[in-house]
Design a binder for this molecule. Sequence first.
Ligand code: AMP
Length: 420
Amino acid sequence: MTKHKIPRGTYDILPTESYKWQYVQNIFREVAKLYNFKEIVTPIFETSALFERSVGDTSDIVEKEMYKFSDKKGRILALRPEGTASVVRSLVENNLDLQPNSSKVYYMGPMFRYDRPQKGRYRQFYQYGIEYFGSENPLVDAQTIAFADTFLKKVGLKNYNLEINSIGNSNCSDDYDQALVNYFKPHLNELCNDCQRRIEKNPKRLLDCKNKTCKSFAVKAPSMLEYLDEECKIHFEKVQEYLTKMNIDFIINPLIVRGIDYYSQTAFEFIDTNLGAQNTLIGGGRYDGLVKQMGGRDVPGIGFAGGFERLLLSMEAESISFGEEQKPNIFLVTLGENADEFAPSLLAKFRANGIASEFDPDKHSIKAQMKSANRINADYVLILGDDELANDKINLKNMETGEQAEIALSEIIAKLKEKF
Ligand code: AMP
């Protein structure tokens, strides 16, 4: 028989690891509640055109990384490479901007990019993110950044930096693009193929190229901050002011442009200072023109996305606890025919009363059952034999202390409820 292998760039979250994911996902949901964001769930595939129009056809994502396919009716679809495009599509389709309490949303789910897999970079990865629609106010930028910062703090991370930049808006960004073209043009032959191609269409992308030579030119390139018009300058200053007021430390990094076309004004990244090459924990920014470009009203927006894989790697590197692995409250050991027969109804009662319960369906020896209870880390073991059953008794053993007590079977649920 052929054994099948997992596709390259993907991974299984195994039962022994899933509690870590649940732990960080629960914290993300808690923070969303604190900031009054509601969950939105969109499909894992969309029309490919959605991403081509929004993410941009010169982005790496669309140019090289999209899982694009046609279905049986010839519709051209794509596995989503990121979340914002789908959320904007849904906002426009469902008029979310006109509905109360619907324009602050969060999402969590798998994204797909065909890239070269390495530590912290996968072909299917799990993102969390938020989108905040409806206000151009720099306070909203600061709130969005604060959400991300609160989340990283709540999971317990310490070794990260917040880097921010402004990439201006359509009024000042064109002049800057021209300045970049003028700067890079004399070095054109030394740049990588991607940069040579992108210089006319999207010169800002040259600033975040990972190629060593391109990078060495990028660090000396003119800074967007010198090209910001008055409005963008004030906006960026206000964002910084609000961050400072909230005691959120940041570094200004004029090289942050983000790999996606739709950004304007504020762009930011949370960088893990320990992780290797894939060290961006969270990336985000403002995208005021996107909703209109996607056929909606002129609704400004800002958001961020982060990957759970890198978050877990960072947490592991900082030896942060993920809470406890799931384990049952009790393990029911039975001995004898009557006790075995009685077990299912007793287990049903435990569960109806919120007591997480496990048992051995094959009724091995007492010793083997005790061993199983130990191995799965049950808090308590209940031992019920035919004699106990006949006399309304059951044995309760605390697996941590080893303490044992005989309790009336009719009172066991009340007793256990006191404990859990
Ligand atoms: P982006 O959508 O490219 O701005 O990415 C936002 C965040 O998603 C990054 O900072 C990472 O944490 C995560 N991410 C992006 N691409 C991948 C990938 N291929 N594998 C794992 N995480 C990723």
